[in-house]
Design a protein around this ligand. Structure first.
Ligand code: SF4
Length: 275
């Protein structure tokens, strides 16, 4: 399955606009998941001067089959990162900022303290959405810093976890969302998953039901596209009208928003929640 259907063809990004944001990121020694995970929306998002900051380094301790971020032994945390992100957010004039990280199973707190420091540094300038790993035991540290949106992706249907997300647990991810919702410390809870990995319609609908039951407010659903030829190939390209059906199904369940489409990613047009 290598030829892309017409709904997955994107125009090449305009280079000068990309360069501007890239220069700012390089000068500030900041990472983005946009670049590290080779997001197909990079051109569009960077041209609109928006990005998703990736903290805690650029090397992940897990080896999920779908992800393009480098794997291995991470380096020490940069203590200047919270201030550097705050400065970049100010420069870009972002009203809504999405911050994610690599998974740091090597750290005793999974990086929760550092997340809290970044939220505190940025939240007086911009609303903050954090897209966090599954450090359930340290979730309270992040919640105490009061992010606007707490996002944690379930990524795929539970049956596919052993191949797609082998070091994670579906029930643990749902528990994390549930605990965030019940804390009353965040305005929104959010999650997302990919389709096109071999899941069935019934399995997708069950995930939407599970997310609603866990207290999730917002859901994103997008087409899985491999970041390189070495990654798992997609099983299927889901047509745009099927995404619409999942959106309708989720809204009928009472989810506040279901953003579903071939190019939807967890942080794609995330600021739309402010409108
Ligand atoms: S969709 Fe998210 S990860 Fe992709 S380029 Fe846009 S901001 Fe970055």
């Amino acid at each position: 399955m290598s030829r892309l259907p017409e709904w997955l063809l994107k125009k090449a990004p305009k280079i000068p606009q990309l360069r501007q944001l890239r220069t700012l990121l390089q000068d500030s020694s900041l990472n983005t998941v946009c670049e590290e995970a080779k997001c197909p929306n990079l051109g569009e998002c960077f041209a609109q001067k928006t990005c998703t900051f990736m903290i805690l380094g650029d090397i992940c301790t897990r080896s999920c089959a779908f992800c393009g971020v480098k794997k291995g032994s991470p380096k020490a945390i940069d203590p200047n990162e919270p201030a550097a992100i705050a400065a970049a957010v100010k420069k870009l004039g972002l009203a809504y900022t999405v911050i994610t990280s690599v998974t740091r199973d090597d750290l005793p707190d999974g990086g929760a303290d550092h997340f809290a420091a970044v939220i505190k540094a940025v939240s007086h300038i911009s609303q903050v959405e954090v897209l966090i790993p599954d450090f359930l035991e340290h979730l309270e540290v992040v919640l105490a810093a009061k992010p606007f949106t707490l996002n944690h992706n379930v990524e795929t249907v539970p049956r596919l976890y052993p191949t797609i997300r082998p070091q994670a647990s579906y029930t643990r991810s749902l528990a994390l969302i549930s605990r965030a919702k019940n804390s009353g410390q965040v305005v929104y809870t959010k999650s997302g998953f990919m389709v096109g990995l071999g899941e069935s319609r019934a399995e997708i609908e069950t995930v939407l039901q599970d997310l609603k039951a866990a207290g999730c407010d917002l859901v994103t659903i997008g087409q899985y596209l491999p970041p390189s030829r070495a990654h798992l190939p997609p099983v299927r390209f889901v047509p745009p009208e099927e995404f619409e059906q999942y959106r309708d199904f989720g809204l009928a369940l009472g989810l506040q928003d279901v953003f579903a489409g071939p190019f939807v990613r967890s942080s794609y047009h995330a600021a739309r929640i402010l409108k």
